[in-house]
Design a protein around this ligand. Structure first.
Ligand SMILES: Cc1cc2nc3c(=O)[nH]c(=O)nc-3n(C[C@H](O)[C@H](O)[C@H](O)COP(=O)(O)OP(=O)(O)OC[C@H]3O[C@@H](n4cnc5c(N)ncnc54)[C@H](O)[C@@H]3O)c2cc1C
Length: 437
């Protein structure tokens, strides 16, 4: 095929989240003229939506940008313009008080009896070199010892993932958590004057758009791609890869090449694959229900966000949005409260929000009389659960789709916990694949 003919091929992109729009952007820069993005919702952005009400800009889910990849970072800056720059300060809600995060680096902030137990667990660990673990639980115990696992890693992660650690893979986490060397453990238990905690988390230094919330990234992409290249309110119901046709109810779209950023299991089902074995059943994800509070006053330490382990409270994280984005809502305090739930959990919203608010009151974080505004939203799939047979199942599904000419990309498209930088790269990569094919 001549280069000219290739660039005039019709490329469909399913889903107008960050991955889909990054793919559309890349295709445009490669010279493709005939690209169309289809999105089921009435607004683009996927997980990156900001509510711009009454002069405010409050993200529906808390998002901050960080990346080790310089190219992606400058791409982000090009899309969003001016940014706030922050060095993270994070906490953990601990026995109705707070300790600094990472938990494992701040053991000295715990009570003496807890410190003793943790030390014992750490001494009992095997050497970390060449650590091989069977599952998340095994990984946590081998890395941090039994006590730290039971105090923090299990109660936090089982709440976030709604899955027993024993049934989860850990490799996604191994790259995010730095193994602690003995010298660091001594500092953690005894406390140190010049702790270098910041190096341990990938989001230690993060940036955030000065205008418009995180959705500014989506706005920037749309300005580049062209709003006319995105068709909203199109819920894809079938993909016929033989006839190269996508159906959305009565609407039909033909294509030469296709990228899907839909949840992997959904794309497999929509493309009519019969022999998918149990792989699809094992692909589970959580839903996130997020409440946005605008407050006159808040009583929380100046942490950007706070992790909340354990079953006592329904939320797993509290974010002080106004510390990330001072213009989130007219100099007010803005608290985002995230709760994890299963796909088919539909709590009575009013009762659930009441429950969340009364927990926040009991924790003395807010007073009901100080709540000025309150909104909420839910998002599915939010966290694709890394299960033990995940790698095999995911590559099976991706390959089956590829055999049908469908390139699946993105956070739920590849069923992997991708941050924004990874999703941008996934979109770019998918566009590159289109050029090769
Ligand atoms: C709670 C939470 C917090 C996060 N915080 C951060 C953070 O601080 N920093 C960071 O870097 N990353 C963060 N992320 C990750 C970031 O949100 C993702 O990397 C990114 O948004 C994924 O983009 P995507 O396009 O792959 O997926 P999505 O945003 O899910 O986009 C998929 C799109 O496909 C559409 N779609 C689905 N089914 C159909 C259908 N049948 N027909 C048509 N369209 C369909 C959806 O409506 C959606 O718009 C966070 C994620 C979550 C869940």
């Amino acid at each position: 095929m001549t280069a000219k003919k290739k660039l005039s091929e019709k490329v469909l992109i399913l889903g107008a989240g960050l991955t889909g729009l990054s793919a559309a952007y890349k295709l445009k820069t490669l010279g493709f003229k005939n690209v169309l993005v289809l999105e089921k919702e009435k607004r683009p952005g996927g997980l990156l939506k900001t509510d711009r009400k009454e002069g405010g800009a409050i993200d529906q889910l808390p998002h901050v940008f960080f990346s080790k990849d310089k190219t992606v970072k400058s791409f982000f800056l090009k899309m969003v313009g001016k940014v706030y720059r922050h060095s993270h300060k994070l906490g953990v809600l601990w026995k109705n008080g707070y300790i600094d995060y990472p938990f494992q680096n701040n053991i000295h902030q715990l009570e003496i009896e807890e410190r003793k137990k943790i030390l014992k667990g750490l001494f009992e660990r095997k050497p970390l070199k060449n650590l091989k673990a069977g599952n998340f639980e095994d990984f946590a115990v081998k890395t941090f010892g039994n006590e730290l696992t039971e105090l923090f890693f299990r109660p936090y992660n089982e709440k976030l993932w709604l899955t027993p650690l024993k049934k989860m893979d850990y490799k996604w986490l191994a790259s995010k958590i730095k193994m602690q060397e003995p010298s660091e453990l001594v500092e953690s238990v005894l406390g140190a004057e010049n702790k270098k905690d910041k190096a341990v988390a990938p989001h230690a230094e993060f940036i955030y758009p000065k205008k418009g919330g995180i959705q500014t990234l989506i706005d920037g992409l749309i300005a580049e791609v062209g709003a006319d290249k995105i068709k909203l309110d199109i819920n894809i119901t079938r993909i016929d890869s033989k006839k190269k046709t996508v159906f959305a109810g009565k609407e039909i779209f033909h294509y030469d090449k296709i990228i899907s950023t839909l949840p992997l299991n959904e794309a497999v089902k929509l493309s009519g694959m019969k022999k998918n074995g149990s792989a699809l059943k094992r692909l589970k994800a959580t839903k996130v229900f997020c409440v946005q509070y605008v407050l006159k006053k808040i009583n929380l330490p100046r942490y950007h966000w706070i992790y909340v382990p354990g079953k006592k409270f329904p939320f797993y994280r509290l974010t002080r949005e106004e510390l990330i984005n001072p213009k989130a809502f007219k100099n007010k305090k803005v608290l985002l409260v995230e709760c994890a739930m299963g796909k088919s959990d539909f709590p009575n919203e009013k009762t659930f929000i009441k429950e969340i608010t009364s927990h926040l009151e009991k924790l003395n974080i807010l007073k009901r009389k100080d709540i000025e505004r309150m909104w909420h939203s839910d998002h599915f799939p939010a966290y694709p659960v890394p299960h033990l047979k995940g790698e095999k199942d995911i590559s099976f599904c991706l390959n089956e789709l590829l055999k049908r000419g469908i390139i699946s990309a993105g956070r739920s498209g590849e069923w992997f916990i991708k941050n924004m930088d990874h999703s941008i790269l996934a979109g770019f990569k998918a566009a590159g694949e289109i050029l090769k094919r």
